[in-house]
Design a protein. Structure first.
Length: 441
């Protein structure tokens, strides 16, 4: 890294970092046992929350240079925010991490692979749902045309990282382009009166995981909701915000706020933990924008996870039934640590007849997915996943439930890696609840 580049990054740290928040960390160490990377690196302080905060502060204070070692420490962080609930000082570590990554992103020269990830995938595809549909359609063509089978038989995938090879096996069947484009904008309640909610359909959720979105809409209708699915909404911006592209995230946030303002909905419902937490954080993201800060606060106050609204509407009183099975639950980090939502899922699962619920050890610990972390930091991701699968085995569960698409794919990868695909399934809680409801009707 050239001297000018380091100087520009150091100045960006001074400008971007919330220094008062850095000072809130008392270095007490309560965060250490909750940090997956600290544990997996044999208790290396530089890969702990308090260690990373110390590095951030040292850069701002001019004690150290923002070199590649500092960047590596920040990149290796999952951003799971498990440190936040256990912090006695209430340090908002997730915000500090985004600010530090933005400081690097603004001035660090990027490699070709990083440019492809940021400029093409994050900035050209994710912000535009039409482009997401086109890109996903290509994946669907790859699956249905025989190319996928040919690719597997040819051995081409052996030249790719293990994560990519396993991902090819566990990706769900992609719906057709017509299915993705022909989406409803409004669903009336089953009766004449009902709670009016808006549904945040997301990007990956409304393409690769379209069936889970469809199941979500059915559950909301079963619960008596009038549902608006506004056109014009885009990706929540979480991947951009977590990668240091805060300006792009703000742009996407403004569009979503504008899109949902006229829905007159009491709540904005999400079914992806990572999206929900970032949407909830719009009020912080736009806190310094005089034109949008108040509107962002009003938007964030309406965000609610599907599990929470189902519990509010007493959905668990329905007759829910499945064939007898052992079920365990893996928390979505951002749903638990960001939205503070975790009891509702367990309450819904234990309300299903035929389900024996077994709490998994460290269910609140990250599975190693973390957005695109499992692609960028695959070695650490797989170490964390291997630990997770050991805990899964100990439950004797035949069904693992989660509430986030990234977690679901990661768990499917874990099942495949362990050779358990014939004995264990991983499902989104929405799909399981719909199965339990319709199984009894």
């Amino acid at each position: 890294m050239k001297p000018k580049e380091k100087n520009d990054i150091a100045n960006a740290f001074k400008e971007n970092m919330d220094y008062n928040e850095l000072l809130n960390c008392t270095r007490c160490g309560f965060c250490l046992s909750s940090c997956p990377t600290y544990i997996e690196t044999n208790m290396d302080e530089t890969h702990s929350p308090r260690g990373r905060i110390a590095l951030m502060k040292a850069v701002v204070d001019g004690v150290i240079e923002p070199d590649m070692d500092v960047k590596h420490s920040l990149d290796l962080c999952l951003g799971c925010r498990a440190c936040e609930p256990v912090c006695p000082s209430g340090v908002q570590y997730g915000h500090l991490l985004e600010q530090a990554r933005e400081s690097f992103y603004q001035h660090k020269k990027t490699s070709l692979s990083e440019k492809f990830t940021h400029r093409f995938i994050l900035n050209s595809i994710f912000p535009k749902q039409e482009r997401m549909i086109k890109s996903t359609s290509l994946l669907g063509f790859y699956q249905r045309s025989g190319l996928q089978k040919l690719t597997r038989n040819s051995g081409i995938l052996d030249f790719f990282p293990e994560t990519m090879k396993t991902m090819d096996k566990v990706l769900p069947k992609v719906p057709s382009r017509n299915e993705m484009k022909n989406r409803p904008n409004y669903l009336p309640p089953p009766q004449h009166s009902g709670m009016r909610v808006a549904f945040f359909s997301g990007c990956l959720m409304d393409t690769i995981f379209l069936e889970t979105n469809n199941a979500t809409l059915k559950l909301l209708q079963y619960a008596g909701c009038e549902v608006v699915i506004p056109q014009g909404q885009n990706c929540c911006g979480a991947l951009h915000g977590h990668s240091g592209e805060l300006e792009k995230a703000k742009e996407m946030a403004r569009n979503n706020i504008l899109t949902f303002e006229n829905t007159k909905a009491e709540y904005i419902v999400t079914n992806a933990g990572g999206c929900g937490a970032f949407l909830l954080d719009y009020h912080y993201l736009l806190r310094d924008d005089p034109l949008w800060s108040k509107r962002a606060e009003e938007f964030s106050m309406k965000i609610i996870d599907i599990s929470s609204i189902l519990m509010k509407l007493d959905f668990s009183s329905n007759m829910l039934k499945l064939d007898e099975q052992i079920v365990t639950y893996q928390d979505s980090c951002h749903l638990r640590n960001g939205q503070k939502t975790y009891l509702e899922h367990r309450q819904l699962l234990t309300s299903i007849q035929g389900v024996k619920y077994v709490e998994m050890k460290d269910a609140d610990k990250c599975c190693g997915s973390a957005g695109i972390y499992n692609l960028l930091e695959s070695e650490m991701s797989l170490k964390i996943l291997d630990d997770k699968m050991r805990h899964v085995r100990n439950t004797n569960a035949t069904t693992i439930v989660t509430a986030n698409p990234g977690c679901l794919l990661q768990l499917l990868m874990g099942i495949e890696r362990e050779g358990l695909s014939h004995t264990i399934r991983a499902v989104h809680i929405v799909d399981l609840l719909l199965e339990a409801l319709e199984n009894n009707n």
